[in-house]
Design a protein around this ligand. Structure first.
Ligand code: DX5
Ligand code: ZN
Length: 219
């Protein structure tokens, strides 16, 4: 079984203190930092872009797990690689040529992730599973933190895990959206090995990040 890793989303952090918030996450035991990039077009919200990510790079050695919710995505991939992303995750709907975008991310020596919205079927990535490092299963419609977890996506995780075992592949399965101390166990049982969480990590237990990360890890 793959080790369970926690990727806190800085979407729920204090944006006026992002550098320090990232340090707090590292001290609290985060395995990577989830950076939600939104364009106000593919999703109905706007967040941060490459210059901000670049300035944050010096605050931690942890990998930046950059979740791009921007369309069209392809022409911006280089900028996020240059800004210091370690994992670059894209949505299939945001590129004309998924294979070309996957190959481009690999060529830049970054890990490549593909994210599936709640209604997007796993068929869309089936042909690329041997090239992908990570599949990000959305358990909310992307755009906002603090939404309610959609348990119906768990079957996609189990299906992906079965395919991975059958084909002896190695991609990670990450889940993102509405993760809390109850459903984290369900996600892990289904086969997820990376949990993204914003609200639960930053707001629960009076914002005790270490405690919240530990609780999620021990689900
Ligand atoms: C949603 C983002 C998620 C989300 C996680 O579009 O991709 O990363 O903000 O936040 P919570 O844990 O609050 O759902
Ligand atoms: Zn995300």
């Amino acid at each position: 079984m793959k080790k369970i890793q926690i990727s806190p989303s800085i979407l729920s952090a204090d944006f006026s203190q992002l550098g320090n918030e990232i340090k707090r996450l590292e001290e609290g035991g985060a395995d990577m930092i989830h950076v939600d990039v939104m364009d106000g077009h593919f999703v109905p919200n706007l967040t941060i872009g490459p210059p901000v990510i670049k300035t944050l790079r010096k605050y931690t050695k942890l990998p930046f797990d950059v979740h791009l919710m921007i369309s069209p995505v392809h022409k911006y991939i280089q900028d996020y690689a240059d800004a210091g992303a370690n994992i670059i995750t894209i949505h299939p709907e945001t590129t004309d040529n998924l294979q070309a975008s996957i190959q481009f991310i690999k060529k830049l020596n970054k890990k490549v992730g593909v994210s599936l919205n709640p209604k997007t079927k796993i068929d869309i990535v089936k042909d690329y599973l041997n090239e992908i490092d990570l599949i990000l299963i959305m358990s909310v419609y992307p755009g906002f933190g603090g939404q309610k977890f959609m348990p119906e996506v768990l079957s996609k995780i189990t299906n992906l895990k079965n395919i991975r075992d059958e084909k002896k592949l190695n991609f990670d399965i990450e889940i993102d959206g509405g993760i809390n101390f109850d459903n984290s166990k369900l996600a892990i049982e289904a086969g997820a090995n990376i949990l993204v969480s914003g609200t639960t990590i930053f707001k629960n237990n009076n914002g005790n990040i270490k405690k919240n990360i530990d609780l999620l890890k021990s689900s």
